[in-house]
Design a protein around this ligand. Structure first.
Ligand SMILES: O=C([O-])C(=O)C[C@H](O)[C@@H](O)C(=O)[O-]
Ligand SMILES: [Mg+2]
Length: 431
């Protein structure tokens, strides 16, 4: 009999290089915080997890890490009970929006779930390694052998603002329809993606409509999405919907709040609306689903509370006839492997998943995960099927240690102020 008892939990906060990607709140910092979680069992098996690394998540993760030793990695329900008792006092959990509104509401529960999700993945990885079973088998088994991802297109600058230390890449700027189409072509050449999502809310809606039209012309028949992160009024959303109805697979978070989304959905002429903003917690589901505000829900195991909660969310969506897709924030391969395992088990996942992964040239794994034809093969090895590279982890942790604190919390508006000192987070609706 294996001894599955947790004897040690290692937490390693890291800073990962990120390009100057633009969104409605500002621009990505040159480095983004992530947290790598290692759960070690009495038998010496180590499981890996990854989640947000900003200070508030890290502090809670430290409390949870202190309580986990002595519990078996198989006791996932017990893990959630432990997490439920974490004290979130002192952190912003007042129901207002997070990261400038890009990740939905902040509540104490969501903060806990965003932390425990990384531990759940690490426990499942350890359990899978101990039992020599892939994580998808522990989740009930895969229903597909590969998972499709979409190209996540961003307006971007060539470099971070002058005077800001950061890594450079060879992507160049993309600030108009030609730049976006060129970026999409490179995503296709490098990874074979067949569907495309444009992060909008950056320029006036007419410019973003032109970019989507250019994509539709360059890639006829390919699924396209536009996501302005709630930056538009109901009327603007309706105008964009009318312009792009024929070419969009779905319009993501055109406007802010469930009632406004419901109004757009009712008048958008059948164009489906998707969200990773107005529904990011279970309590937000009833209003959104009963008012028809959302036709596609973007799951994200990080803030929904792990892989099993993602399956439960998908079951609810199935019950209400709502589609499922998958959201992503900046992440590395541990998260991508976890996303792929759970996505493989969700029967009603009929849209390509979002991933930021191609924008990250750094890794903490020995090998990068590679897309073929825009798809990842579902790993069948034990656990997540990935291996930690300790030297790479140490390098990114060293960067976190050396940072003066300015990069340890994601703040896209503050990053934008380095280029434009007058910048403040735009009020919504912006247009
Ligand atoms: O679909 C989304 O809303 C996102 O991916 C949110 C992210 O924060 C994205 O806007 C980003 O990274 O700039
Ligand atoms: Mg979105």
């Amino acid at each position: 009999m294996k001894d599955l008892t947790v004897t040690e939990v290692r937490l390693t906060p890291i800073l990962v290089a990120d390009p100057p990607l633009l969104n409605t709140q500002g621009v990505h910092q040159p480095y983004t915080p992530r947290l790598i979680i290692e759960v070690v069992t009495a038998d010496g098996v180590t499981g890996l997890g990854e989640t947000y690394g900003d200070t508030k998540y890290l502090e809670l993760a430290r409390s949870l890490a202190g309580r986990l030793p002595g519990h078996p990695v198989s006791d996932l329900n017990g893990l959630f009970t432990l997490a439920g008792s974490l004290d979130t006092e002192g952190h912003s959990t007042d129901g207002t929006a997070d990261v400038g509104g890009l990740r939905g509401v902040q509540t104490a529960d969501k903060l806990r779930l965003s932390v425990v999700s990384g531990f759940e993945v690490a426990c499942l990885d350890a359990l899978g390694r101990a039992l020599e079973l892939p994580v998808h088998a522990l989740l009930g088994g895969k229903v597909r052998d590969s998972v499709e991802y979409s190209a996540y297109l961003f307006y971007r600058w060539a470099d971070h603002p002058e005077g800001v230390a950061g890594e450079s890449d060879d992507w160049g700027a993309a600030l108009d329809p030609e730049g976006i189409v060129a970026q999409a072509r490179r995503f296709v050449a490098d990874h074979g993606f067949g569907s495309f999502k444009l992060k909008g809310g950056v320029f006036r809606p007419e410019e973003e409509i032109a970019a989507v039209r250019a994509l539709a012309e360059a890639f006829p028949g390919h699924p396209l999405r536009l996501d302005p992160n709630g930056a538009w009024s109901v009327e603007t959303s309706l105008k964009v919907a009318a312009e792009l109805r024929e070419v969009l697979e779905y319009l993501e978070d055109p406007t802010t709040g469930t009632p406004a989304m419901a109004e757009v959905a009712a008048r958008a002429g059948g164009l489906p609306l998707a969200t990773n903003m107005c529904v990011t917690t279970f309590p937000e589901i009833p209003e959104a689903f009963t008012t028809g505000a959302v036709q596609v829900l973007l799951s994200d195991h990080h803030y929904w509370g792990g892989l099993r909660n993602t399956q439960q969310l998908a079951a609810l969506c199935r019950t209400f006839g709502v589609g499922v897709s998958m959201h992503s924030n900046t992440h590395l391969g541990i998260s991508l492997a976890a996303m792929t395992h759970v996505a493989a088990t969700v029967p009603n996942l009929h849209h390509a998943c979002d991933t930021h992964y191609p924008w990250q040239h750094e890794e903490v794994l020995t090998e990068r995960l590679t897309f073929t034809g825009g798809r990842l093969t579902v790993p069948d090895g034990p656990g997540l099927g990935v291996t930690l590279d300790r030297d790479r982890l140490d390098r990114l942790h060293r960067r976190w240690l050396d940072d003066d604190g300015s990069m340890r919390d994601r703040d896209d508006a503050a990053a934008m102020r380095r280029a434009d000192p007058a910048w403040t987070s735009p009020a919504v609706p912006r247009w």
